[in-house]
Design a protein around this ligand. Sequence first.
Ligand code: HAM
Length: 427
Amino acid sequence: MTDFRRVKGTRDLLPPETAVWAAVEATARRVFGLYGYHEVRTPLLEHTELFVRTVGESTDIVGKEMYTFPDRKGRSLTLRPENTAPVARAFIEAGLQAGPLPVKLFYVGPQFRYERPQKGRYRQFSQIGAELLGDASPWSDAELLLMLDRFLRELGFTELEVLLNTVGDAPSRRAYAEALRGYLQPHADALGADSRRRLETNPLRILDSKDPKERELLAGAPALGDHLTDAARDHFATVCEALDDFGVKYKISDRLVRGLDYYTDTVFEIVSRDLGAQDALLGGGRYDELVSDLGGPRVPGIGFAIGEDRLVDVLPASFRQRAAAPPPVLVVPIGTLPAAQALKVGEELRAAGVAAEVEAAGRALRKSLERAGRLGARWVVLLGEDEVGREAVTVKDLKAGGEQHEVPRAALPTYLATRMEPVESTG
Ligand code: HAM
């Protein structure tokens, strides 16, 4: 045993689980590609200020959860806790607003938050996300949600719940923040320290409170829905109508405000009952002010990020089975045949795209067959001096009770390929 352990809240992903992750990611790449999204890869490290300015000073993420440290020159850097602000930064830095809009980007990769680890909550976790920049139309909100719906259905999900809300455009939010502050101010004594601070900085954050006393107080608070501008109301109505048209089921949840400050208008989460306390499989929404808040042009945006760890955790069994790699063929040299001869057959199979393991250890045949069983192999290719002389091999079909056939060596890849169970492509 070693004294070295993985860092708390991080995970080692090992085979065969990694194959499941890879298949999920391949499906995301394929489906997002159908909608015109291309991959973006931003650094894990960013200047701390990027997240302070966008995710927001009064949020849990910035206030409590970031891995922030000074580099050797004393600059404050942060391991990215999310990927939307980095994508917006990269968009501005590359001048993408000058090109054709909208720009559609997706990403897959690790994010870091110093949270209390529990099931479904890690300090390093992976997100699969997508961002659409440069289109303010409610139809782009609808299309993004259709893409998510298609992706999740392709993974075999049927029982997920889509929660939808609007947090209004900037004028709606300003009006609502005032109304909420006006309502909460007389009760300031009943609020915890965090919420009292937020009352000044960003009262909308208080809506996120989990404290039972604060929740009770919030039950009587003014509703954001009553402070929407006509434009915000119309935008949301069009998104809902579009989803109705395409038969995407959703539930309007006026409690849904999300834990990051950059949202405007449409916000959404998809939750799964199978996840337990951390039930949000993904979250997203519109952020029409984010790019300009970073000093960029006025470019609207919308996106989402899926928690990949959580997604894989509740993945339907049907997809898991399809994601498993096909078992290899085992090539076994018989008697005194040099391992090099068996290796040659292995190479011929691999060249033809058939996965092969070569038994080079000179084990007894019984041991080799045991190994074939452990590998889940159906076919064992036996090769002795006689076979080499005849330019043939003996193929043993473990599924057919060990039945054996001699096959010309040149025909072996085709012989096996045509008899393999078809493996559904997940990518
Ligand atoms: P978020 O809601 O903070 O949004 O995170 C999105 C998803 O990441 C969550 O729904 C959850 O599945 C997963 N997640 C978050 N924290 C953890 C954790 N500690 N452990 C495991 N999974 C976690 C965002 O990050 C936004 N950037 C989403 C977005 C993209 N909005 C617009 N574009």
